[in-house]
Design a binder for this molecule. Structure first.
Ligand code: GDP
Ligand code: IMO
Ligand code: MG
Length: 426
């Protein structure tokens, strides 16, 4: 059986958590392959809302194993809190979580370095979630990092202290940055002991063996393609590969094992943090979308910037990921609009283009087509025939531009609020 991948095609928060939860009954294993607690994946069912940062979104289904892959960066403090909170609400989950020994650890000093780096950037801030993501991946690629498997080695404490000492020197170079290391030391030590009690595995073997046994695996992306370290709106990106290829390196499964690639996008577009956003609406319409769509970050609570859908960017993301199926979320939010705009090309100094420019936004003016809104409540729609004709035309237009079918449409945050538009066996 192949590994299917579900990932975001915009700047994150497309509704990945919700749809992974809906798809999970069709899979034996759900695996996170990159990012870390910068992610906030929301799942709503039975009148309750859960936000996951590190635990894969398949966790609410008792027959599915959840893997935190080698490509993830893991904060033991966040993981302990997340598991304990879920268990306190009655979910028995820890036996179903498996963590790669190769996963890199986020230390409290990584979070301090993230803060110090952001502070020093003044008006050039990336808008990081300050969860220590960038500094941890820097230590990984700089070959200084600590991994989950190191926790079991005799000289862990020595390696740990060496890394803290290195970080202290770096922190001292940030003029005026004050910090208190003692505050988190005991909490970190406790969280490390907790982590050691979990299932720590060689997940590349676990996953490849599962494939041989015919099991079905769903790789769950975090962030979105436009935040990818290679192809995103650099430097306003995260520090990992958020694309399909990241699933291979972040789990240790070969490219030939990839099956379906589900690309998920909102019917409009949002971004949290700084950086280019060609179709951003800095006006009343943007504010209405923000309020109607509850567009506030699931990790930091920051207001998300809102704008119209940007087809050149979506097409770029589809190309980079080899998307086979599109999933559209939050069309219900646009029900308030009299008319809806779609950016179908850009006007640049060289003329009209559908290609994403190097800088994403410099000297770029979006060219819009305008469509009538559907102005109907679609939150109770459960099949294509329940959708208004204007929305079906909107979807058909996207499909013809993007050359990939929209196979699912989500019409609200709840697990039940989704419909399949094309017959497709997941
Ligand atoms: P993720 O990071 O991609 O998992 O997305 P987030 O959870 O950060 O943000 C998506 C938000 O939209 C969450 O509050 C979801 O509960 C909500 N959501 C998901 N799908 C839909 C939908 O189709 N309609 C509406 N109105 N809300 C949705
Ligand atoms: P999910 O998985 C939206 C953004 C941050 C910032 C930039 C870098 O919930 O879709 P980082 O903390 O990685 O150093 O931040 O990336 N960002 C996200 N935006 N959704 C996310 O995750 C994000 N994770 C990081 O706001 O602009
Ligand atoms: Mg999110």
């Amino acid at each position: 059986m192949p590994v299917d991948v579900l990932l975001g095609l915009q700047w994150g928060d497309e509704g990945k958590g919700k749809v992974v939860d809906v798809f999970t009954p069709h899979y034996d294993i759900v695996a996170r392959f990159q990012g870390g607690p910068n992610a906030g994946h929301t799942i709503v069912f039975n009148g309750r809302k859960y936000v996951l940062h590190l635990i894969p979104s398949g966790i609410f289904h008792p027959n599915t194993a959840c893997i935190i892959g080698n490509g993830v960066v893991l904060d033991p403090i966040t993981l302990k809190k997340e598991i304990e909170n879920l268990e306190a609400s009655g979910e028995q989950i820890r036996d179903r979580i498996y963590i790669s020994r190769r996963t890199h650890l986020i230390l409290p000093t990584h979070k301090l370095l993230d803060q110090a780096s952001e502070q020093s950037k003044e008006d050039k801030k990336i808008g990081s979630t300050l969860r220590g993501i960038g500094p941890t991946y820097m230590d990984k690629t700089g070959r200084n990092g600590l991994r989950v498997g190191d926790l079991l080695s005799e000289n862990f404490e020595q390696k740990h202290q060496q890394l803290i000492d290195k970080h202290k020197k770096l922190l001292d170079d940030y003029y005026g940055f004050e910090y208190d290391l003692e505050a988190s030391a005991a909490e970190f030590a406790e969280a490390v002991e907790f982590l050691k009690s979990l299932n720590l595995i060689n997940s590349e073997y676990y996953l490849n063996n599962a494939l041989k046994e015919g099991k079905k695996i769903l790789a769950e992306g975090a962030q979105g393609t436009l935040l990818d370290i290679e192809f995103g709106s650099y430097p306003f990106v995260t520090s990992s590969n958020t694309t399909t290829s990241g699933a291979c390196t972040g789990l240790g499964v070969p490219p030939s094992s990839i099956g379906k690639v589900f690309g998920i996008f909102k019917a409009y577009c949002t971004r949290v943090g700084s950086g280019p956003f060609p179709t951003e609406l800095n006006d009343d319409i943007g504010e209405r979308i923000r309020q109607e769509g509850s567009e506030f970050g699931a990790t930091t609570g920051r207001p998300r910037r809102c704008g119209w859908i940007d087809l050149p960017l979506l097409k770029y993301a589809i190309q980079l990921n080899g998307v086979t199926d599109l999933i559209m979320t939050k069309a219900d939010v646009l029900s308030i609009m009299d008319e809806i705009k779609i950016c179908s090309a850009y006007l640049t100094e060289e003329g009209e283009t559908q290609e994403v420019p190097f800088s994403y936004s410099e000297n770029v003016e979006p060219i819009y087509d305008t469509f009538p809104g559907w102005k109907k409540d679609i939150t109770k729609a459960r099949s294509k025939k329940d959708l208004p004709a204007e929305l079906i035309s909107y979807i058909e237009l996207l499909e013809s531009y993007l050359e990939v079918p929209v196979t699912f449409v989500s019409v609200g945050p709840d697990r039940e609020q989704i419909l399949e538009t094309e017959p497709m066996a997941v």
